[in-house]
Design a protein around this ligand. Structure first.
Ligand SMILES: N[C@@H](CCC(=O)N[C@@H](CS)C(=O)NCC(=O)O)C(=O)O
Length: 218
């Protein structure tokens, strides 16, 4: 098989705060893990175009083009790209991986977003504290799952671990994993993979290059 080059679309520029976390990082990480060649295209952050909305109805990133297929939603993109690789087993374990991909998005990230918006964007610490009370049990329950295993499904790293670990990065940096050593260890195991290091370096280089051509809003 000679896989075609994937086109990954992210923003043309973002401010400092989200750098490192714009969700193209998850797709870059997966593409590095599976060794798929890709190139990056951009859409404007500030003045979103009709073409962007035609591909991503919510005007967000990431998106990919894989041959004739245009896809949005990071989870769907990851599942598509992982298909047929070691990161997405077949059979029952494949169903378990899909289950954990959806759990990462729907049972962890959905709790994380209101907390992160309150804490980092609105800087409303009272609201952030309330959201943290809802988020912390989820993180603790996730640690319970990992009490006697290294990865979410079977005994190997899968696309579910890639996504879950990527989602855990922000709460970890905010100290929410400090009293969850097993979960912190899981995150460390995942993000010490060379594919993540490469993906993050390329992601950050993209924003640095963007600074040469774009400027912050007045
Ligand atoms: N559920 C979507 C969320 C995408 C998303 O929130 N993208 C952010 C960047 S990481 C974005 O485009 N934010 C700007 C906006 O929502 O207008 C996915 O996982 O792909």
């Amino acid at each position: 098989m000679n896989p075609t080059q994937v086109v990954l679309t992210t923003y043309d520029w973002v401010p400092d705060m989200p750098r490192g976390y714009v969700r193209d990082i998850r797709i870059r990480w997966l593409l590095e893990e599976i060794g798929r060649p890709y190139r990056v295209e951009t859409v404007p952050l500030r003045e979103k175009t009709a073409t962007h909305f035609a591909r991503q109805p919510f005007g967000q990133v990431p998106m990919i083009q894989d041959g004739d297929l245009s896809l949005f939603e990071s989870g769907a993109i990851l599942l598509h790209l992982a298909r047929g690789t070691d990161l997405l087993p077949s059979g029952d374990d494949g169903a378990r991986v899909a289950q954990w991909v959806i759990a990462a998005l729907n049972s962890i990230e959905s709790f994380l977003i209101p907390w992160a918006v309150a804490k980092f964007f609105d800087q409303n610490q009272a609201a952030a504290a309330r959201q943290e009370e809802l988020l912390r049990p989820r993180l603790s329950q996730l640690q319970d799952v990992l009490q006697d295993r290294d990865w979410l499904v079977g005994d190997r790293f899968t696309v579910a671990d890639l996504l879950m670990a990527e989602i855990l990065r922000i709460p970890a940096e905010a100290g929410l994993l400090d009293d969850l050593p097993r979960l912190a260890g899981y995150l460390e195991r995942a993000t010490s993979r060379p594919a993540f290091t490469k993906a993050l370096a390329d992601h950050m280089a993209h924003w640095q290059a963007a600074d040469q051509t774009q400027s912050a809003p007045a």
